[in-house]
Design a protein around this ligand. Structure first.
Ligand code: NAD
Length: 493
């Protein structure tokens, strides 16, 4: 299952930057400390990456502060051209980005190519937004003056990103920050820093071409995430934290942000329901269910966690989902036949296995999968659970793996109520052929994003983000740049 011939990627691996990106240079950490990056499909060490310390992340903040004024003075059109050049340069190296991502994260190559295209699209989208930052001029209602409203960059940003989408989760922050005129320090997940370090090489090249201050973007891999965020956030020169990751860490960062009253954007966990009404088009539902459940092997914050199906079609849906899930071909993501890779770590695999075992012990049935395989690599099989008791942990916690749960309802209102019975509110999906039912789900499903008869909802041109314990702030769309702008009011005669 985990066989892979590394000779085909030897050249790529040996050419990758493995240091910290500071002022356009790829440098080692103080004391030469490094950490290992593993291939989750084989448990092989891919690289030793510099493990940044306080010295490096404080240098990154100094560099960001120094770059701030110069960058904010670049005309919007110039900023836009820099972002366009980044987009073009990444696109030209899409194959390298995708292969690195598959190696360190595990997703199949085709999906990695999809993430490169999607993640890179944020540079193009925000290149277009950089020249459209709005303002307003109004006559004061009393007629005795004018109100001028303009927007200014918030200042240096810290971005902390997860391992599941090593490129896109960062580009959603970097592109709007740069478009708005802000410098940014990126702390990638220590499981998957190589994709971001490769992007650092693109920044260094593009910035040199355009005369951009190199301190504008720093990339600081470290195993000391908590020390990094505490120290940087305690420094009043930092003005914003944008975080994508788990809800408990998000809460902790919001608390820390209070001391310096930092702007915060929090893209946190989810527990997406996928509601299927009796009159839904089951062919479409199946295609969308596989997209919403199995993209990234289920390791997506908007992954469908709970399938809620009208009881009249539940049997047929479960059988067809079981057939589709059990057709997944598990293996190394760079092997052409693989349609599903490993999960990211042994810890995640064991967490998924424990959720499944808990549900089975409570009376659920596995119609496919459900058993942790032996051998190298952090694999877990595509699994479908039916008859899951409503109080089973798996219905209330984020699964973050290739496991689908199927529950039933007898009328749509009841299904929607069950869908909303969660502390999370990131994404929800609803399926029906009837306009009335579709509209009901669109209005009543309580989430920041609702897909109606759609299984793939992410779009750089749309505002991505959650409500309730899934966080606040939006990435992408015209809303995305707002997160990096302050409002200034000038009173004029
Ligand atoms: P995580 O919260 O453990 O880690 C995310 C990032 O935070 C990593 O870079 C990590 O090193 C860093 N981190 C961990 N502890 C920290 C601390 N105390 N202080 C500062 N930084 C810290 O999450 P994860 O396991 O890497 O990612 C999975 C989670 O991310 C899931 O809950 C998933 O739903 C969520 N996620 C959300 C979105 C979204 O847009 N809403 C997107 C992708 C993933």
């Amino acid at each position: 299952m985990s066989e892979f011939d590394y000779t085909q990627v030897k050249g790529l691996l040996s050419s990758l930057p493995t240091g910290i990106w500071l002022e356009g240079e790829n440098v080692g950490a103080t004391g030469g400390r490094t950490f290992e990056v593993l291939d989750p499909a084989t448990e092989q060490v891919l690289a030793h990456v510099a493990d940044a310390t306080s010295t490096e992340w404080m240098k990154a903040l100094d560099a960001a502060v120094a770059a701030q004024e110069e960058w904010a003075e670049f005309a919007p059109r110039q900023r836009s051209e820099v972002l366009t050049d980044i987009f073009t340069t990444v696109a030209a190296r899409a194959d390298d980005f995708a292969r690195v991502m598959t190696l360190e994260m595990g997703k199949p190559y085709a999906e990695a190519r999809g993430e490169v295209a999607y993640g890179n699209e944020y540079f193009r989208w925000f290149a277009e937004e950089a020249v459209r930052i709005p303002g307003r001029l109004a006559t004061a209602p009393g007629g005795n003056g004018h109100i001028l409203v303009s927007r200014a960059p918030v200042g240096p940003v810290l971005a902390i990103t997860p391992w599941n989408f090593p490129l896109a989760m960062a580009t959603r922050k970097i592109a709007p920050a740069l478009a708005a005129g802000c410098p940014i320090i990126i702390k990638p997940a220590h499981e998957t820093p190589l994709t971001m370090l490769l992007l650092g090489q693109v920044f260094a090249e593009v910035f040199a071409r355009h005369g951009v201050p190199q301190g504008l973007v720093s990339i600081v891999p470290t195993t000391a995430a908590s020390a990094l965020s505490s120290e940087l956030m305690a420094d009043s020169r930092l003005r914003k934290v944008s975080f994508t990751g788990s809800t408990p860490v998000g809460r902790q960062l919001v608390r820390q942000a209070a001391d310096n009253l930092l702007h915060t954007s929090m893209e946190l966990g989810g527990n997406a329901p996928f509601v299927i009404a009796a009159d839904a088009d089951l062919d479409l539902v199946l295609t969308c269910a596989m997209q919403a459940k199995m993209r990234n092997g289920g390791q997506a914050c908007i992954a469908a966690n709970r399938f809620l199906v009208d009881e009249s079609i539940a049997q047929e849906f479960s059988e067809r989902l079981t057939a589709a899930m059990s057709a997944s071909v598990v293996g190394h993501g760079l092997n052409e036949s693989s349609t599903m890779g490993p999960v990211i770590t042994a810890k995640q695999r064991d967490r998924i296995a424990a959720l499944v075992e808990d549900a089975l012990a409570a009376g659920a049935r596995a119609t496919t999968g459900g058993k942790r395989p032996e051998g190298q690599g952090y694999f877990y099989p595509a699994t479908v659970l039916v008859d899951v008791p409503s109080d089973a942990r798996i219905l209330h916690e984020e699964i973050f793996g290739p496991v689908a749960t199927v529950s039933t309802f007898s009328d749509l209102e009841e299904g929607i109520a069950a869908a909303n019975d969660t502390e999370f509110g990131l994404a929800a999906y609803g399926f029906s052929r009837s306009l009335e039912s579709a509209q009901l789900m669109a209005e009543k499903l309580n989430a920041g994003m609702v897909g109606i008869n759609r299984g793939a909802i992410s779009d750089p041109a749309a505002p991505f983000g959650g409500i309730k314990q899934s966080g606040f702030g939006r990435e992408g769309g015209t809303e995305g740049i707002e997160e990096y702008l302050d409002t200034r009011y000038i009173s004029l005669t």
